[in-house]
Design a protein around this ligand. Structure first.
Ligand SMILES: *Cc1c(COP(=O)(O)O)cnc(C)c1O
Length: 219
């Protein structure tokens, strides 16, 4: 088995400068995160707020922590002090909740609107219609302590590349359209692509990949 450093090196060799690699370290022990950190990795993704804050407490403070999972409203306060980017904003009321906790730390927290692009109905997120409606609002005056930086999506778990690509393409085109209408130059992150489909996501215009098992091994 290859070590984490060589896997990261491989990813960094195939990913252009303008795409961010988030190393998804959920369920993995601290030693493996430290190994990735020592190899130069700074962006880490977790899907449970509790686990992320435990890791934050003991690992180097220049790590950028990404909350990629479903956000529970009552746990937001545990990450408000340090989280770098919240990918999974999947309900209108999450924006108000995150804004409230960010204010307590005098921060402006970056976040992404999660769009439901897969056919499975187990995955969270806004429909395109709901997201358009939300993004038409003047969110920065309603929620001055958060900044909507873009969109996040998870494609259907499928062997059918054409189908996965099509879901990514549709999300990317919605992203481009919103970017035009959104008036903020901060709206520039499109988080899509995981271990099984990052190559397709890159082809369709992803700016941020969330890769776990291909770096840290299967869970
Ligand atoms: C676990 C997870 C990933 C990474 O999945 P891998 O298949 O291990 O690369 C990416 N995004 C989200 C939202 C996840 O929960």
């Amino acid at each position: 088995m290859q070590d984490i450093a060589s896997k990261l090196e491989h990813f960094n060799s195939i990913i252009p400068e303008n795409i961010t690699l988030v190393a998804v370290s959920k369920t993995k022990p601290l030693a493996l995160l430290q190994e990735a950190y020592d190899a130069g990795q700074r962006d880490f993704g977790e899907n449970k707020i509790q686990e992320m804050s435990e890791k934050y407490n003991v690992l180097p403070k220049d790590i950028r922590w990404h909350m990629i999972g479903h956000v529970q409203g009552n746990k937001i306060k545990q990450m408000a002090e340090f989280v770098h980017l919240v990918h999974g904003m999947d309900k209108p009321k999450r924006l108000a909740e995150l804004n409230k906790e960010a204010k307590k730390f005098n921060r402006v927290i970056d976040c992404l609107i999660q769009i439901h692009i897969a056919e499975e109905d187990t995955k969270f997120g806004f429909s395109y219609e709901e997201a358009s409606e939300l993004l038409r609002d003047d969110l920065s005056s309603r929620f001055p302590n958060i900044q909507v930086r873009g969109l996040m999506g998870m494609a259907t778990f499928s062997e059918d590349d054409a189908k996965v690509s099509e879901e990514f393409r549709k999300l990317a085109s919605f992203f481009e359209q919103q970017k035009k209408e959104n008036h903020s130059s901060y709206f520039n992150i499109l988080s899509m692509g995981m271990s099984g489909d990052y190559h397709l996501a890159m082809e369709e215009g992803s700016t941020m990949l969330r890769v776990g098992s291909s770096i840290f091994g299967s869970r």
